[in-house]
Design a binder for this molecule. Structure first.
Ligand SMILES: Cc1cc2nc3c(=O)[nH]c(=O)nc-3n(C[C@H](O)[C@H](O)[C@H](O)COP(=O)(O)O)c2cc1C
Length: 148
């Protein structure tokens, strides 16, 4: 089973989250490839079983260029038969824009036919110990789903 994790991270919080999930899924026996959104084409998702996107939200929900480019690529794909999971870090002081880009990508994956595995996981700023536990728990759920 192949897992593709793509992350967008300016100050490292989302990269840390992606790394935690990557290690968990590798420990569970999956073949996991991770890459930064700036150096990834969304068509890489065509070669995996589980598509994961991990993203920050900046600018009151508006997408930065690196995310917007990837989002446009994603919207052209047909991911029917693929599974997906999205998570990300944000800041609750941005109120209704909290982690907005995470939910934008949830909608985009659904629109291109991918099947949602676990509901989006959001983290406030840097992941703390509880957040690490929550990511570990998601990894267990994902492993169960992938193993059928
Ligand atoms: C200028 C600026 C704008 C931001 N806008 C939002 C926002 O609209 N929604 C949100 O949830 N967080 C917002 N944040 C918080 C970041 O998403 C948060 O710090 C996140 O952990 C950054 O992730 P990264 O370390 O992976 O880059 C903003 C932060 C900055 C500095």
């Amino acid at each position: 089973m192949q897992v593709k994790i793509v992350y967008a991270s300016m100050t490292g919080n989302d990269e840390d989250m992606a790394e935690i999930l990557e290690e968990d899924l590798q420990d569970a026996g999956f073949d996991v490839d991770s890459s930064d959104v700036s150096f990834t084409d969304a068509s890489d998702y065509l070669n995996c079983d589980l598509c994961v996107f991990v993203t920050y939200t900046y600018g009151e929900g508006k997408m930065t260029d690196e995310i917007a480019d990837f989002y446009e690529q994603l919207k052209t794909l047909d991911l029917t038969g693929k599974k997906f999971f999205v998570m990300g870090s944000g800041d609750k002081t941005y109120k209704e824009h909290y982690c907005e880009n995470v939910f934008d990508f949830e909608k985009a994956f659904l629109a291109v036919g991918a099947e949602e595995t676990v509901k989006p996981l959001t983290v406030e700023n840097a992941p703390d110990d509880d957040d690490v536990d929550r990511i570990d728990a998601v990894a267990e759920q994902l492993a169960d789903i992938l193993n059928g």
